[in-house]
Write a protein that binds this ligand. Sequence first.
Ligand code: MTE
Length: 342
Amino acid sequence: MFIKRQKSWAIRENLVTDEQHYLNRRRFLGGSSLLIGSAALGLAGCDNGLESKGGGRSGRDPISQTTGTSDFKDPTMDLYPAKLNDGYQVERAITSEDYTGRFNNFYEFGSHKQIAGAAQRIETRPWTVTIDGMVEQEQVIDIDKLIRSMTLEERIYRHRCVEAWAMTVPWTGFAMADLVRLAKPLSGAKYIRMETFKNTDWASGQKQSWYPWPYVEGVTIEEATNELAFLVTGVYGKPAAKQFGAPLRLALPWKYGFKSIKSIVRFTFTDERPVSFWEQLAAEEYGFWANVNPEVPHPRWSQATEQLLGTKETVPTRLFNGYGEQVAHLYKDLGAKEILYR
Ligand code: MTE
Protein backbone atom coordinates (compact mmCIF):
# COMPACT_ATOMS: atom_id res chain seq x y z
CA MET A 1 0.00 0.00 0.00
CA PHE A 2 2.73 2.41 0.84
CA ILE A 3 6.03 1.17 -0.51
CA LYS A 4 4.75 -0.69 -3.50
CA ARG A 5 4.09 1.50 -6.50
CA GLN A 6 2.70 -0.90 -9.07
CA LYS A 7 -0.97 -1.81 -9.07
CA SER A 8 -0.57 -4.89 -6.97
CA TRP A 9 -4.25 -5.79 -7.28
CA ALA A 10 -4.11 -6.11 -11.04
CA ILE A 11 -4.94 -9.64 -12.05
CA ARG A 12 -3.59 -11.33 -15.16
CA GLU A 13 -6.49 -12.39 -17.32
CA ASN A 14 -5.34 -15.97 -17.67
CA LEU A 15 -5.23 -16.39 -13.89
CA VAL A 16 -8.64 -15.03 -13.06
CA THR A 17 -11.04 -17.48 -11.46
CA ASP A 18 -13.65 -18.61 -13.91
CA GLU A 19 -17.20 -17.73 -12.98
CA GLN A 20 -18.26 -21.36 -12.74
CA HIS A 21 -15.83 -21.83 -9.87
CA TYR A 22 -17.21 -19.25 -7.49
CA LEU A 23 -18.32 -20.79 -4.28
CA ASN A 24 -21.73 -19.53 -3.47
CA ARG A 25 -23.00 -19.94 0.04
CA ARG A 26 -24.88 -23.16 -0.50
CA ARG A 27 -21.94 -24.77 -2.18
CA PHE A 28 -19.38 -23.93 0.46
CA LEU A 29 -21.65 -24.93 3.31
CA GLY A 30 -22.40 -28.09 1.39
CA GLY A 31 -18.94 -29.40 2.11
CA SER A 32 -15.27 -28.85 1.84
CA SER A 33 -14.94 -31.20 -1.11
CA LEU A 34 -15.79 -28.39 -3.45
CA LEU A 35 -13.12 -26.22 -1.92
CA ILE A 36 -10.57 -28.96 -2.26
CA GLY A 37 -11.69 -29.51 -5.81
CA SER A 38 -11.24 -25.91 -6.81
CA ALA A 39 -7.93 -25.64 -4.97
CA ALA A 40 -6.63 -28.62 -6.86
CA LEU A 41 -7.57 -26.91 -10.07
CA GLY A 42 -5.25 -24.09 -9.04
CA LEU A 43 -7.73 -21.40 -9.81
CA ALA A 44 -6.37 -18.60 -7.69
CA GLY A 45 -3.74 -16.23 -8.91
CA CYS A 46 -2.60 -12.68 -9.23
CA ASP A 47 0.05 -10.66 -10.90
CA ASN A 48 2.91 -11.05 -8.50
CA GLY A 49 4.02 -14.57 -8.03
CA LEU A 50 1.22 -16.57 -6.47
CA GLU A 51 2.11 -19.75 -8.29
CA SER A 52 5.62 -19.90 -6.92
CA LYS A 53 4.70 -18.78 -3.41
CA GLY A 54 1.73 -20.45 -1.93
CA GLY A 55 -0.14 -23.24 -3.61
CA GLY A 56 -2.45 -22.99 -6.57
CA ARG A 57 -0.64 -24.44 -9.51
CA SER A 58 2.55 -24.99 -7.57
CA GLY A 59 1.03 -28.14 -6.01
CA ARG A 60 2.28 -27.23 -2.49
CA ASP A 61 -0.21 -28.11 0.19
CA PRO A 62 -2.56 -25.28 -0.68
CA ILE A 63 -5.41 -26.21 1.65
CA SER A 64 -3.53 -26.34 4.96
CA GLN A 65 -1.58 -23.24 4.08
CA THR A 66 -4.57 -21.21 3.23
CA THR A 67 -7.14 -22.48 5.68
CA GLY A 68 -4.91 -23.20 8.65
CA THR A 69 -6.34 -26.68 8.94
CA SER A 70 -2.96 -28.43 9.32
CA ASP A 71 -2.25 -29.75 12.86
CA PHE A 72 -3.88 -27.03 14.86
CA LYS A 73 -7.31 -27.87 16.27
CA ASP A 74 -9.17 -24.69 16.98
CA PRO A 75 -10.84 -24.97 20.40
CA THR A 76 -13.91 -23.12 19.16
CA MET A 77 -14.48 -25.36 16.14
CA ASP A 78 -17.79 -26.59 17.60
CA LEU A 79 -19.25 -23.08 17.16
CA TYR A 80 -19.08 -23.30 13.35
CA PRO A 81 -20.83 -22.84 11.05
CA ALA A 82 -22.74 -20.13 12.90
CA LYS A 83 -26.24 -19.13 11.89
CA LEU A 84 -26.44 -16.72 8.97
CA ASN A 85 -27.91 -13.35 9.87
CA ASP A 86 -30.19 -12.72 6.88
CA GLY A 87 -30.02 -9.00 7.46
CA TYR A 88 -26.47 -8.90 6.14
CA GLN A 89 -26.31 -10.36 2.68
CA VAL A 90 -25.16 -8.77 -0.54
CA GLU A 91 -26.22 -9.10 -4.13
CA ARG A 92 -22.76 -10.17 -5.29
CA ALA A 93 -21.43 -13.71 -5.45
CA ILE A 94 -19.22 -14.73 -2.56
CA THR A 95 -15.58 -14.58 -3.59
CA SER A 96 -13.96 -18.00 -3.46
CA GLU A 97 -11.75 -18.74 -0.46
CA ASP A 98 -9.34 -20.09 -2.98
CA TYR A 99 -8.84 -16.51 -3.96
CA THR A 100 -9.31 -14.54 -0.76
CA GLY A 101 -7.19 -17.03 1.18
CA ARG A 102 -4.21 -16.50 -1.09
CA PHE A 103 -4.40 -12.80 -1.84
CA ASN A 104 -3.98 -10.96 1.43
CA ASN A 105 -2.70 -7.74 2.85
CA PHE A 106 -0.88 -8.50 6.09
CA TYR A 107 2.26 -6.38 6.15
CA GLU A 108 3.57 -8.15 9.21
CA PHE A 109 4.41 -10.93 6.74
CA GLY A 110 5.47 -8.89 3.75
CA SER A 111 4.32 -6.13 1.45
CA HIS A 112 3.07 -8.52 -1.22
CA LYS A 113 -0.13 -10.52 -1.32
CA GLN A 114 1.21 -14.07 -0.97
CA ILE A 115 1.62 -14.16 2.78
CA ALA A 116 -0.71 -17.09 3.48
CA GLY A 117 2.14 -19.55 4.06
CA ALA A 118 4.18 -17.18 6.25
CA ALA A 119 1.14 -16.20 8.31
CA GLN A 120 0.80 -19.79 9.54
CA ARG A 121 3.56 -18.88 12.02
CA ILE A 122 1.12 -16.91 14.16
CA GLU A 123 0.41 -18.90 17.29
CA THR A 124 -3.23 -18.16 17.90
CA ARG A 125 -3.37 -20.03 21.25
CA PRO A 126 -2.86 -19.09 23.98
CA TRP A 127 -4.11 -15.62 23.03
CA THR A 128 -5.39 -12.85 25.22
CA VAL A 129 -7.20 -9.65 24.44
CA THR A 130 -6.57 -6.65 26.67
CA ILE A 131 -9.28 -4.05 27.21
CA ASP A 132 -7.85 -0.98 28.88
CA GLY A 133 -7.76 2.81 29.03
CA MET A 134 -10.95 4.69 29.90
CA VAL A 135 -13.01 1.74 31.08
CA GLU A 136 -14.59 0.89 34.43
CA GLN A 137 -12.12 -1.92 34.92
CA GLU A 138 -9.24 -3.07 32.75
CA GLN A 139 -9.50 -6.69 31.65
CA VAL A 140 -7.26 -9.29 30.04
CA ILE A 141 -9.50 -11.93 28.51
CA ASP A 142 -8.61 -15.31 27.12
CA ILE A 143 -9.73 -15.45 23.49
CA ASP A 144 -11.75 -18.64 23.91
CA LYS A 145 -13.58 -17.20 26.90
CA LEU A 146 -14.27 -14.06 24.94
CA ILE A 147 -15.56 -15.91 21.89
CA ARG A 148 -17.74 -18.21 23.98
CA SER A 149 -19.21 -15.27 25.87
CA MET A 150 -20.51 -13.81 22.60
CA THR A 151 -23.23 -14.95 20.21
CA LEU A 152 -21.55 -15.81 16.94
CA GLU A 153 -23.36 -15.24 13.67
CA GLU A 154 -22.45 -15.18 10.03
CA ARG A 155 -22.71 -12.06 7.91
CA ILE A 156 -21.92 -11.63 4.26
CA TYR A 157 -20.16 -8.33 3.68
CA ARG A 158 -18.56 -6.50 0.82
CA HIS A 159 -14.91 -5.65 1.52
CA ARG A 160 -13.28 -2.80 -0.39
CA CYS A 161 -9.53 -2.19 -0.35
CA VAL A 162 -8.17 1.28 -1.06
CA GLU A 163 -6.13 -0.42 -3.80
CA ALA A 164 -9.43 -0.55 -5.76
CA TRP A 165 -10.21 -4.24 -5.48
CA ALA A 166 -13.20 -5.72 -3.75
CA MET A 167 -14.37 -9.07 -2.48
CA THR A 168 -17.46 -10.53 -0.87
CA VAL A 169 -16.81 -12.57 2.25
CA PRO A 170 -18.92 -14.63 4.69
CA TRP A 171 -17.47 -13.56 8.03
CA THR A 172 -18.41 -15.17 11.33
CA GLY A 173 -18.13 -13.15 14.50
CA PHE A 174 -20.00 -10.86 16.86
CA ALA A 175 -21.10 -7.25 16.94
CA MET A 176 -18.36 -4.90 18.12
CA ALA A 177 -21.08 -3.19 20.16
CA ASP A 178 -21.08 -6.29 22.38
CA LEU A 179 -17.38 -5.84 23.09
CA VAL A 180 -17.99 -2.19 23.95
CA ARG A 181 -20.73 -3.28 26.36
CA LEU A 182 -18.35 -5.77 27.96
CA ALA A 183 -15.67 -3.07 28.27
CA LYS A 184 -17.96 -0.59 30.09
CA PRO A 185 -16.27 2.58 28.81
CA LEU A 186 -16.21 5.71 30.96
CA SER A 187 -18.38 8.56 29.72
CA GLY A 188 -15.37 10.56 28.51
CA ALA A 189 -14.13 7.84 26.14
CA LYS A 190 -14.59 8.84 22.50
CA TYR A 191 -12.40 6.46 20.52
CA ILE A 192 -11.13 2.90 20.53
CA ARG A 193 -7.52 2.30 19.58
CA MET A 194 -6.79 -1.26 18.45
CA GLU A 195 -3.47 -3.00 18.19
CA THR A 196 -2.18 -6.13 16.43
CA PHE A 197 0.40 -8.46 18.06
CA LYS A 198 4.07 -7.60 17.90
CA ASN A 199 6.26 -10.67 17.56
CA THR A 200 9.23 -10.77 15.24
CA ASP A 201 9.61 -14.54 15.72
CA TRP A 202 6.33 -14.97 13.89
CA ALA A 203 6.31 -11.97 11.61
CA SER A 204 9.52 -11.18 9.80
CA GLY A 205 7.95 -8.04 8.36
CA GLN A 206 8.01 -6.59 11.84
CA LYS A 207 11.80 -6.57 11.68
CA GLN A 208 11.47 -3.77 9.14
CA SER A 209 12.07 -0.86 11.44
CA TRP A 210 10.82 1.81 9.05
CA TYR A 211 7.27 0.62 9.73
CA PRO A 212 5.70 1.83 13.00
CA TRP A 213 4.83 -1.58 14.47
CA PRO A 214 2.54 -2.76 15.86
CA TYR A 215 -0.27 -2.20 13.36
CA VAL A 216 -2.74 0.23 14.92
CA GLU A 217 -6.21 1.32 13.92
CA GLY A 218 -8.90 3.39 15.51
CA VAL A 219 -12.61 4.11 15.40
CA THR A 220 -15.00 6.36 17.26
CA ILE A 221 -17.26 4.77 19.84
CA GLU A 222 -20.22 5.63 17.58
CA GLU A 223 -18.59 3.72 14.73
CA ALA A 224 -17.74 0.79 16.98
CA THR A 225 -21.32 0.53 18.18
CA ASN A 226 -22.82 0.89 14.71
CA GLU A 227 -24.64 -2.30 13.81
CA LEU A 228 -22.21 -3.05 10.96
CA ALA A 229 -18.99 -3.03 12.99
CA PHE A 230 -18.19 -6.71 13.33
CA LEU A 231 -15.44 -8.55 15.19
CA VAL A 232 -14.50 -11.54 13.10
CA THR A 233 -13.50 -14.92 14.49
CA GLY A 234 -14.27 -17.08 11.47
CA VAL A 235 -14.53 -17.05 7.72
CA TYR A 236 -16.27 -19.39 5.27
CA GLY A 237 -18.10 -21.22 8.01
CA LYS A 238 -15.05 -22.16 10.09
CA PRO A 239 -12.50 -20.50 12.37
CA ALA A 240 -10.57 -17.87 10.45
CA ALA A 241 -7.42 -19.00 8.71
CA LYS A 242 -4.42 -17.10 10.00
CA GLN A 243 -3.88 -14.94 6.95
CA PHE A 244 -7.36 -13.46 7.48
CA GLY A 245 -6.25 -12.18 10.88
CA ALA A 246 -7.00 -15.00 13.31
CA PRO A 247 -8.03 -15.24 16.03
CA LEU A 248 -9.80 -11.85 16.05
CA ARG A 249 -10.04 -9.16 13.39
CA LEU A 250 -12.34 -6.33 12.56
CA ALA A 251 -14.66 -5.92 9.57
CA LEU A 252 -15.87 -2.38 8.84
CA PRO A 253 -17.48 -2.85 5.44
CA TRP A 254 -18.17 0.84 4.75
CA LYS A 255 -14.52 1.81 5.16
CA TYR A 256 -11.41 0.99 3.16
CA GLY A 257 -9.97 -2.35 4.15
CA PHE A 258 -6.93 -1.01 5.98
CA LYS A 259 -9.25 -0.02 8.85
CA SER A 260 -10.13 -3.70 9.34
CA ILE A 261 -7.22 -4.55 11.61
CA LYS A 262 -6.15 -8.19 11.94
CA SER A 263 -5.03 -10.40 14.85
CA ILE A 264 -6.05 -7.90 17.52
CA VAL A 265 -4.52 -8.08 21.01
CA ARG A 266 -5.65 -4.80 22.55
CA PHE A 267 -8.61 -2.41 22.63
CA THR A 268 -7.82 0.87 24.37
CA PHE A 269 -10.65 3.28 25.12
CA THR A 270 -9.45 6.86 24.95
CA ASP A 271 -10.49 10.47 24.49
CA GLU A 272 -7.70 11.05 21.96
CA ARG A 273 -8.08 10.24 18.32
CA PRO A 274 -5.75 7.31 17.58
CA VAL A 275 -3.16 7.68 14.84
CA SER A 276 -3.22 4.56 12.71
CA PHE A 277 -0.28 2.62 11.30
CA TRP A 278 -0.86 3.95 7.79
CA GLU A 279 -1.63 7.45 8.98
CA GLN A 280 1.75 7.56 10.73
CA LEU A 281 3.40 6.60 7.46
CA ALA A 282 1.46 8.81 5.07
CA ALA A 283 -1.33 10.87 6.61
CA GLU A 284 -2.14 12.50 3.28
CA GLU A 285 -2.91 9.08 1.80
CA TYR A 286 -4.52 7.18 4.66
CA GLY A 287 -6.83 9.26 6.78
CA PHE A 288 -8.65 8.43 9.96
CA TRP A 289 -12.15 8.24 8.49
CA ALA A 290 -11.32 6.31 5.33
CA ASN A 291 -14.93 5.91 4.27
CA VAL A 292 -15.32 4.42 0.81
CA ASN A 293 -16.03 7.30 -1.54
CA PRO A 294 -15.92 7.11 -5.34
CA GLU A 295 -15.59 10.90 -5.58
CA VAL A 296 -12.31 11.21 -3.72
CA PRO A 297 -9.34 9.60 -5.43
CA HIS A 298 -6.42 8.27 -3.49
CA PRO A 299 -3.20 9.85 -4.80
CA ARG A 300 -2.36 6.56 -6.55
CA TRP A 301 -5.72 4.93 -7.17
CA SER A 302 -8.89 6.34 -8.62
CA GLN A 303 -11.73 5.21 -6.40
CA ALA A 304 -14.40 5.55 -9.10
CA THR A 305 -14.48 1.83 -9.86
CA GLU A 306 -13.38 -1.41 -8.26
CA GLN A 307 -12.28 -4.77 -9.55
CA LEU A 308 -14.15 -7.75 -8.13
CA LEU A 309 -11.47 -10.20 -7.08
CA GLY A 310 -11.54 -13.47 -8.92
CA THR A 311 -13.63 -12.12 -11.78
CA LYS A 312 -13.10 -10.01 -14.85
CA GLU A 313 -15.63 -7.51 -13.63
CA THR A 314 -14.99 -3.89 -12.82
CA VAL A 315 -17.95 -2.11 -11.27
CA PRO A 316 -18.66 1.43 -10.05
CA THR A 317 -17.69 2.12 -6.45
CA ARG A 318 -20.55 3.02 -4.15
CA LEU A 319 -20.42 5.67 -1.46
CA PHE A 320 -19.83 3.99 1.89
CA ASN A 321 -19.38 0.81 -0.14
CA GLY A 322 -23.16 0.61 -0.46
CA TYR A 323 -23.80 0.80 3.30
CA GLY A 324 -24.95 4.44 3.44
CA GLU A 325 -28.29 3.53 4.91
CA GLN A 326 -26.60 2.18 8.03
CA VAL A 327 -23.76 4.66 8.43
CA ALA A 328 -24.31 7.95 6.57
CA HIS A 329 -25.82 9.57 9.68
CA LEU A 330 -22.50 9.13 11.51
CA TYR A 331 -20.89 11.65 9.18
CA LYS A 332 -23.71 14.12 8.55
CA ASP A 333 -21.93 16.97 10.32
CA LEU A 334 -18.65 16.45 8.51
CA GLY A 335 -17.54 18.10 5.27
CA ALA A 336 -17.52 16.12 2.03
CA LYS A 337 -14.02 15.59 0.73
CA GLU A 338 -11.77 15.70 3.76
CA ILE A 339 -14.05 13.85 6.05
CA LEU A 340 -15.42 11.16 3.83
CA TYR A 341 -11.99 10.15 2.73
CA ARG A 342 -9.66 11.42 5.43
N1 MTE B 1 -4.12 -5.74 9.68
C1 MTE B 1 -2.83 -5.90 10.00
N2 MTE B 1 -2.49 -6.20 11.25
N3 MTE B 1 -1.85 -5.78 9.06
C2 MTE B 1 -2.14 -5.43 7.76
O1 MTE B 1 -1.21 -5.29 6.94
N4 MTE B 1 -3.87 -4.88 6.14
C3 MTE B 1 -5.19 -4.24 5.99
C4 MTE B 1 -6.27 -4.99 6.78
N5 MTE B 1 -5.80 -5.32 8.10
C5 MTE B 1 -3.49 -5.25 7.40
C6 MTE B 1 -4.49 -5.45 8.41
C7 MTE B 1 -5.60 -4.12 4.60
S1 MTE B 1 -4.78 -2.96 3.69
C8 MTE B 1 -6.62 -4.84 4.07
S2 MTE B 1 -7.22 -4.51 2.52
C9 MTE B 1 -7.22 -5.95 4.80
O2 MTE B 1 -6.61 -6.18 6.06
C10 MTE B 1 -7.04 -7.20 3.96
O3 MTE B 1 -7.75 -8.27 4.50
P1 MTE B 1 -7.67 -9.66 3.75
O4 MTE B 1 -6.25 -10.08 3.64
O5 MTE B 1 -8.50 -10.59 4.58
O6 MTE B 1 -8.26 -9.43 2.39
